[in-house]
Design a protein around this ligand. Sequence first.
Ligand SMILES: NC(=O)c1ccc[n+]([C@@H]2O[C@H](COP(=O)([O-])OP(=O)(O)OC[C@H]3O[C@@H](n4cnc5c(N)ncnc54)[C@H](O)[C@@H]3O)[C@@H](O)[C@H]2O)c1
Length: 318
Amino acid sequence: MHLLLTGGAGFIGHHLLAALYAKYPGAQITCIDNFDPFYDVAVKENNIQPFLSKPGFRLLRIDLGQTSPTQLTTLIPEKVDLILHLAAKAGVRPSIQNPEAYQQANVGGTKNLLDFAVATGVRQFIFASSSSVYGINDHYPWKEDEELIPISPYASTKLAGEQLGKQYRERHGMRFIALRFFTVYGPGQRPDLAIHKFTRAILNDQPLTVYGNGNTSRDYTYVGDIVQGILGAMKYSDSNFEIINLGNHYSISLIDLIRAIEKITGKSALLQYGPDQPGDVPKTYADISKAKRLLGYDPQTKLETGLTAFVDWFTSNR
Ligand SMILES: NC(=O)c1ccc[n+]([C@@H]2O[C@H](COP(=O)([O-])OP(=O)(O)OC[C@H]3O[C@@H](n4cnc5c(N)ncnc54)[C@H](O)[C@@H]3O)[C@@H](O)[C@H]2O)c1
């Protein structure tokens, strides 16, 4: 089996790589990542390092937004069985500063990869979408067929990726599955995300900024559970197009999240308050019945357990 994973040096990608090698020890895996400097590139080098010596592993350090389908075909001459497309410029707030870069990497990159998939006859394409596509819809918990009201350029690029996938499925018959991840956390979490930022501030006795009144809430999903959902989607073959939430079905307010981190670290947060941030939605909350039904998805990690794993990782890696 030959798998193509994009974004494998990133947070979720390197956890997925480990799980793929555990589940498919003989697989050939081609990984694409441009080591985008959105956060410290040394973290990504560290993430990918254990896989560089694996038999059948190949790393292509290329920018998907700037690599044509023809170039991809030359770089990857062997037949690919399945694509796991996780590469993207992530982060809501920076996308407001530089929407063009998000468009090029996330929409242009996805289109290049879809064209490569069609040209080379890849049968299954799994796309990392995001809960941010629901935006300010307030019908909670969100089911996949809810109205989508994205409010950031990042969210729009994820929605565009889903829609491109739908068009390619219709025109070319390839199976396309979009997985809408809900705020993913766990060891190695991106440094720009709340749990990482809050833990760092609390353990370093630095002030921590809460934007808005602390009542915004998020459905935090442990990275190990997300990986189980992705592995489930790799085996899914009952239809040729699906959009599926991968969340935890548990939404917690920012202030309660901070209290939970305080409890685990045994330290108090120094809170300061700032204005609401543009692009941030008030609440995310996933209905995960479709993922349970179609993928056998069953997130097992309680927030307290996952936060403890993150804090342990943070203290031994800082
Ligand atoms: N972490 C979350 O909470 C979350 C939530 C919803 C969706 N997602 C999606 O899941 C995927 C993985 O997220 P993550 O948190 O691991 O982010 P990450 O930034 O750690 O990983 C993304 C990887 O993609 C690479 N990349 C970016 N642009 C690229 C390009 N043009 N060409 C090649 N590689 C490129 C980056 O270098 C990085 O290693 C992303 O598509 C993200 O949008 C993440």
